[in-house]
Design a protein around this ligand. Structure first.
Ligand code: ATP
Ligand code: MG
Length: 479
């Protein structure tokens, strides 16, 4: 056994091993001293016998000690994070083998537990990161212990470890968090204003909630935030819309009421003036009725926005009808409408009435704002894919692309960006006194969104302006 372990002979030189051997041999030394004292043994034989006992103890202890050293090494490895399976388990001593096996199974159990815990933590983090609203976890002193992805995007990647007082400076928010941390209240709901930078102020709804007593971690409260800025903007857009619509109606109304007054008084018996005023009044009334009709169209389309259109529409037929209806208007401006429609176009799934209005609005614009005399061209082609949009979702799969082109001056980049805004009209057309409500293209955009399609505008000095509408072939299958 000793020779088997000779490779680990350094262990025999180890001072603690030798001390252990000497301690084990001590009772024998005492016995030998007594025997020599009683003259029952000569000192020579006493020393020889004692040396033999030491050698015997070394032989007896060495394997055990070697295995213990090996075990120690093994446990040290595990403590440093080593892998249990990598370890050589060839212990010759029964006890050492059993201890090693026990340690190994305890280690395996903890590795399994730690893995399970890590997986759970990772999946909890992933779930929190999918939430659209910012969430902060805070400790007893108000320090941020964790933040989900949305919070990190909203408040910066270095949000963790900051004190909540340094994140938002709004007093009502800081006080609400303090009340929850002091357990004066279980939860708090409030609205506060935060300054993102010098110019932008954000309206934020916050919900601060104490965690239940059985949650033993360092997190004691959770703050969830909801950015109300977009909702406020939407509210403002709606009130702006009502203000704009009222303003647009008030202008012709005041013109009409002014002329009525003139006709009742100063121009009472002036036949020529009456004819002139009545013509203007008729124009203003027509404008008002167009405006009301467009406002109603907008609200009707918005109301249907959640239902997908389901009619089978032959685009070629719709275009031919629109061309017929608009030809007089085109002729009045010395223009021709040319159509380039391939035969046997597949039908599209759409709302017939809305598609008619869409093509009509684009053709009407081309006639109104195009160069006179020149041609307006309406062309259709089948495309494999609708170009994607940043602000709304478009249908996948094949589509029909309808392009309406007119000649004329180039539209500037700034104007192009705003054309589909409600009531937006280009200054040069207002200056030229071309009538319009500024709603035609916003109606077109709503119809396109309803059909999960898209709109592109291309304007150059040479080719004129082309509005291209993409409408999916099979809306229900691909949206
Ligand atoms: N084909 C075009 N060429 C040049 N400018 C255009 C063209 N189409 C639209 N515009 C510009 O975009 C603005 C908005 O168009 P939109 O159709 O929404 O309103 P409108 O034509 O003024 O009013 P409405 O359509 O109610 O008669 C127009 O006022 C015009 O300035
Ligand atoms: Mg228009």
């Amino acid at each position: 056994m000793l020779f088997k372990k000779i490779g680990q002979f350094e262990i025999a030189n180890n001072s603690s091993f030798m001390a252990r051997v000497l301690i084990l041999s001590l009772p024998a030394a005492l016995v030998f001293i007594m025997l020599v004292g009683l003259n029952l043994l000569t000192p020579y034989w006493a020393i020889v016998s004692y040396m033999m006992i030491i050698v015997f103890n070394m032989v007896f202890l060495l394997p055990m000690s070697a295995e213990l050293q090996q075990l120690k090494k093994y446990i040290n490895e595990l403590a440093k994070g080593g892998v249990a399976d990598d370890f050589n388990m060839n212990f010759s001593e029964q006890e050492a083998r059993e201890i090693a096996e026990t340690i190994n199974s305890v280690h395996k159990f903890w590795v399994y537990k730690t893995d399970a815990l890590e997986t759970q933590v990772m999946s909890d983090t992933a779930v929190l990161d999918t939430l659209p609203d910012p969430i902060l976890m805070i400790d007893r002193s108000g320090n941020v212990l964790g933040a989900n992805l949305s919070a990190r995007q909203f408040l910066g990647a270095d949000i963790t470890n900051k004190n909540i007082e340094n994140v938002f400076h709004a007093n009502n928010f800081i006080n609400a968090v303090a009340r929850v941390l002091k357990k004066e209240s279980e939860s708090e709901n409030l609205i506060f204003y935060a300054h993102k930078d010098k110019k932008t102020e954000q309206k934020i709804y916050a919900h601060v909630k104490q965690l239940p007593w059985f949650s033993k971690g360092r997190t004691v409260a959770v703050v969830s935030l909801y950015d109300l800025t977009k909702a406020v903007k939407l509210e403002k857009m709606q009130s702006d819309f009502v203000a704009n619509a009222s303003h647009e109606l008030r202008t012709p109304l005041s013109v009409i009421s002014g002329f009525i007054e003139t006709l009742q008084t100063t121009a009472k018996n002036d036949d020529q003036a009456r004819e002139y005023f009545l013509k203007i009044m008729a124009d203003q009334t027509a404008f008002m009725s167009d405006l009301i009709e467009n406002l109603l169209s907008l609200s009707r389309i918005e109301m249907t926005q959640d239902e997908l259109p389901s009619e089978r529409v032959e685009l070629a037929e719709v275009i031919e009808d629109v061309v017929k209806a608009m030809s007089l208007k085109a002729e009045a401006r010395h223009m021709h409408i040319i159509t380039e429609i391939p035969p046997h176009l597949p039908p599209i799934t759409a709302d017939n009435q809305q598609i008619r209005q869409l093509i009509q609005n684009l053709t009407d614009n081309a006639i109104k704002y195009g160069l006179s005399p020149s041609d307006v061209t309406i062309s259709v082609k089948e495309v494999e894919k609708i170009p994607s949009s940043k602000s709304f979702s478009v249908s996948n799969g094949k589509a029909l692309a309808v392009s309406v082109n007119n000649k004329g001056s180039k539209i500037s980049r700034e104007d192009l960006m705003r054309l589909t805004e409600r009531f937006y009209r280009m200054q040069e057309h207002k200056d030229l006194n071309i009538k319009g409500t500024g709603l035609g293209l916003s109606i077109a955009k709503q119809i396109i969104i309803h059909h999960r399609g898209n709109l592109t505008v291309n304007s150059t000095g040479y080719d004129g302006t082309t509005f291209t509408v993409y409408l999916p072939l099979d809306l229900n299958k691909n949206s």
